[in-house]
Design a protein around this ligand. Sequence first.
Ligand SMILES: *Cc1c(COP(=O)(O)O)cnc(C)c1O
Length: 227
Amino acid sequence: MDVDERTAELAANLRDISQRIAAAAQASGRSPDDVTLIAVTKTWPAADVRRLHALGLRDVGENRDQEAAPKAAELADLDLRWHFIGQLQSNKARSVARYAHMVHSVDRASLVDALARTGTPLDICLQLSVDGDPARGGVLEADLLALAARVEAPLRLRGVMAVAPLGVEPATAFAEVRRLHELLLAHHPQATVRCIGMSDDFEAAIAQGATHVRIGSALLGSRPHAR
Ligand SMILES: *Cc1c(COP(=O)(O)O)cnc(C)c1O
């Protein structure tokens, strides 16, 4: 596929997804502008991120530091916002803090501390465990408020992120996210980000108040090496 053909493909996908986001927002009485599309560009080259930027997209999501760090460096001339959405080891905090604007996958105190030690004013989302299975990552309800209280300057608590577990109806999973997020909002009213929804379930997420959706394959195609 030549370069222009790829740009045309991305433009068509972006148009389609933007229309679906707008329709889902309107169906629940919200404005399309209330939902930010994060393009999940993992496994795709920097050239595709550049094409998406040219099409007006500004928010990019990556899940592995080894891949994201060089990509962000290559695209440092663009006004992109990088969202780190993958499992994060504390020893990668310093590297991620160099390019990320928002870290979505914060689920334990040691990671909060490692990010704070970088001295970077990062936006933080707490990743919620939806089904209470700690093996999957995500903070449990019982630990949520203590973890939130630990997020102090220079970090900024912005909200929550979650992935609907396999085998759970997305509408059910996202209703649970909404309940947990409302618990957090009662103590941290500024933490308004509700980052839920991926290619297969973003409309259900928007119905449950998603402010950010993370979309990879529906925008860029099925990943060459799916992870
Ligand atoms: C890969 C990934 C996505 C995007 O998934 P798609 O199904 O391709 O839209 C969203 N969130 C996280 C955490 C991911 O790792």
